[in-house]
Design a protein around this ligand. Structure first.
Ligand code: CMP
Length: 139
């Protein structure tokens, strides 16, 4: 019996996650949880797109470093689908600050600081729709 809305969420394995060879581990955790992989591609985030994607952080002290970090190298974009996919995705990645992310979460297991927290996941179904369109167009 369905217990929640079927949603889609956008995941980005950030440059540091790709460089450290964690792409498979990260994608695997979403699959093992039971979410269905519906789109996957490697690419880069241009500075222009990064400024839009992280527009809500513009003006914050860490904004220039955030733009530098996400544009630093190749990333992997993935879309996962399933019941409550957005909330499940946020649970799997853990708190933004890896110091507060529980062990067993991706950030809790693999990251040390917020700027290099190795993975991004949409924070709401509405944001997910915008982010999926941004990086995949119409799916
Ligand atoms: P992400 O989920 O990609 O969404 C916004 C990003 O901004 C976040 O992960 C972190 O990488 C970064 N971020 C948020 N807060 C801070 C902070 N206080 N210091 C450094 N980076 C931050």
């Amino acid at each position: 019996m369905a217990t929640g809305a079927v949603e889609r969420t956008l995941i980005i394995v950030k440059p540091e996650g790709v460089a450290r060879g964690l792409t498979g581990e990260i994608i695997s955790r979403f699959e093992r949880k039971g979410l269905r992989l519906v789109a996957l591609r490697m690419g880069r985030v241009s500075e222009e797109v990064a400024r839009v994607h992280y527009g809500h952080h513009a003006g914050k002290p860490f904004f220039p470093d955030l733009i530098r970090a996400i544009t630093a190298g190749p990333v992997v974009f993935a879309v996962f689908e399933g019941e409550n996919a957005v909330r499940v995705g946020r649970l799997l990645i853990g708190a933004t600050n890896p110091l507060e992310a529980a062990p067993g979460t991706i950030r809790g297991d693999f990251a040390l600081d917020s700027l290099h927290n190795i993975v991004h996941a949409s924070d709401a179904p509405e944001t997910a729709a915008i982010e999926i369109e941004r990086f995949f167009g119409t799916l």
